[in-house]
Structure formats: C-alpha cells, structure tokens
Design a protein around this ligand. Structure first.
Ligand code: CO
Ligand code: CO
Length: 305
C-alpha cells in the first residue's frame, strides 16, 4: 500500500510492506557544485540520502546514477563514485551498483531505498500550533557557491560550506528519532522558505520564523549584501511571495530563499521537548537552532519576523 505519493510534495515515496515495515524510495542527482570530484560525490550522495532521513527512516540500499563526458579523464568519474560510496558506507547502507551514461555534463546522484516503521514515519505535514521549529544546519550554501564562482569566497568559507553539504542528516535524525517529531522536511533547492511553505500548507498552519535566530555560514552576510544571490533565490521568492508576510529585509531575507544543496532538517516538535532535543543536537559538529514556532493558520502561511 502506498503511504506517501506525489500529492503532498513530500521528500520520498513510502510503500507499506507489512505491519512494522515501510520502504522509502527516493532518487536525486545533479551537476557538480564544487570542483573537487571526490567532494562532489560526497555532496551528491549526502543530498540523496537526506530524503530518507527527512522521512525519519534509515537508508539500506543505494544505486549510483551517473552521467559522464567521453572527453574527460575517467579517473574523475572514479573519484566522484568513491565520494558517493564513502557516504553510503557512513550511512550504514549498501551500494549495489548503478548505471552510467555518456553525457556532455557530469551528473551524479543516488537512488536510495530506506526502511521506516509506518507509525514512526515523519511527514512534511502534521506540524501543530505550539510546536517549536528546529533547523539542524546553517544556511547560505547557495550564496557561498555564488561567491566561489565570482572568486570571492575564501578557502575557509568554502571549507565550511562543503562541511555543511557533505554532512549526513543521519546524526540529527538519529537524535530526533527519540522525540515526538510532528513534521520534518529537508532544506534543499526551494530554500528554507520554500520547504517551510510546503510544511505550512500541508499542516494547515502558519510557520513564524525569527530570522535573527537562523544559523548561517561564515561570509553569507557579506556576500548577500554585495548582491551575490543565486538566480534560484529570486525564483523561490517570486513563487512564494503571495503566501508570506515579511517584517524583515536585507541579507537575512535573502538567506530564506537561498537554494540549499544537502541542507539540514527542519523539524516541528512539541515546545516542551525542544530544549532537550536542542541539548543533544548541540553535541553535533554543525550548529542547530530553534528558529521559530508553529501557530494556527493566519492570513499567510509564512511570517518572517
Ligand atoms: Co527533500
Ligand atoms: Co530530494
């Protein structure tokens, strides 16, 4: 029986196999976001695995999807695949082959199968008024990537962005699994605002986000103020504008729409459980933060303060 399909734009499809087992199926691949092929492989794999974590599940089986130009050194493809394989291993899943085609631009990603208990599955709807919103990775990887293309970002800033993109959402998921997660999604191409909008609409609630509390990567403020905003951020803003109300402006607003690659989890948990979960999350390498709360449905689905 199909538990989650396409109608709620959730992170993956979920199919119930038995009373205690549902399988999560997801696929994701894209063109290189960094020059280093090994790091690109890690990022693409972490991003693809993330949709299983966003549903509260555990990845079990992965297959490679790769496209590679004939004119490039085949060793580069080997490095991409090695990066992916390392992340699949870190996730505790098995990489069981895959498929490569010839194409003008390299592309890489994974098709992933995960397991979840049907009653413990997290959905991108179900957030309740009074819930606290927790974000588990800093924002701004799109802005930093744009600054890298403009040869402005420092090595240190790039390193921090790469750390965010290669970090598995497994660690945050494993900690949150012991709490009453009402809703969860991962932050990727639609930016924090876009994925928050899906959660708000699906939950028939309003998400109030306190922009001063958003964790951001080093350099993001400077580059956003210089106007180094990726094109996708403008598209995200345009798409969301009618459903939101913003009492903030400037770079903090830009961060909301910044498309993320392999971003963190956005979790809605009961307010009384948030401090305990935050205490555990603070032991992880990347900063998490309580970034706002869920209220009953207001005039707009999203309110930025
Ligand atoms: Co997702
Ligand atoms: Co995805």
């Amino acid at each position: 029986m199909l538990l989650v399909g396409t109608e709620t734009s959730d992170d993956a499809a979920v199919y119930q196999v038995g009373k205690e087992l549902a399988i999560i199926q997801t696929v994701d691949f894209f063109t290189p976001v960094v020059d280093d092929p090994y790091l690109f492989g890690q990022i693409a794999a972490a991003n693809a695995l993330s949709d299983v974590y966003a549903m509260g599940g555990e990845p079990k089986l992965a297959l490679n999807l790769a496209a590679f130009p004939n004119c490039l050194d085949i060793e580069i493809l080997g490095e991409i695949l090695r990066g992916g394989a390392d992340k699949v291993m870190e996730a505790g899943a098995v990489l069981a082959g895959g498929h490569t085609i010839s194409d003008e631009e390299p592309k890489y990603g994974l098709c992933v199968t995960g397991f979840v208990h049907p009653e413990k599955m997290w959905k991108n709807y179900g957030a309740r008024p009074g819930d606290s919103l927790i974000l588990t990775k800093p924002l701004g990887s799109g802005i930093i990537s744009t600054a890298v293309k403009g040869e402005l970002a420092s090595e240190e800033e790039l390193r921090e962005a790469v750390k965010v993109m290669t970090t598995l959402n497994k660690y945050a998921r494993d900690l949150a699994a012991n709490f009453s997660v009402h809703s969860c999604t991962d932050i990727t191409g639609f930016g924090l605002a876009g994925h928050a909008m899906e959660m708000a609409k699906g939950s028939e609630a309003t998400l109030v986000i306190e922009t001063e509390k958003l964790p951001v990567l080093p350099g993001v403020q400077e580059y956003a103020e210089m106007g180094l905003i990726p094109a996708g951020a403008y598209r995200n803003r345009e798409f969301l504008e009618s459903g939101m109300e913003s009492r903030t402006e400037g770079w903090r607003e830009d961060v909301l729409f910044d498309p993320q690659t392999s971003g963190g989890l956005l979790l809605a948990v009961p307010q009384e459980e948030a401090p305990e979960l935050m205490k555990l999350l603070s032991g992880l390498e990347l900063p998490s933060a309580v970034i706002g709360e869920v209220t009953g449905k207001q005039e707009k689905y999203l309110v930025f303060v």
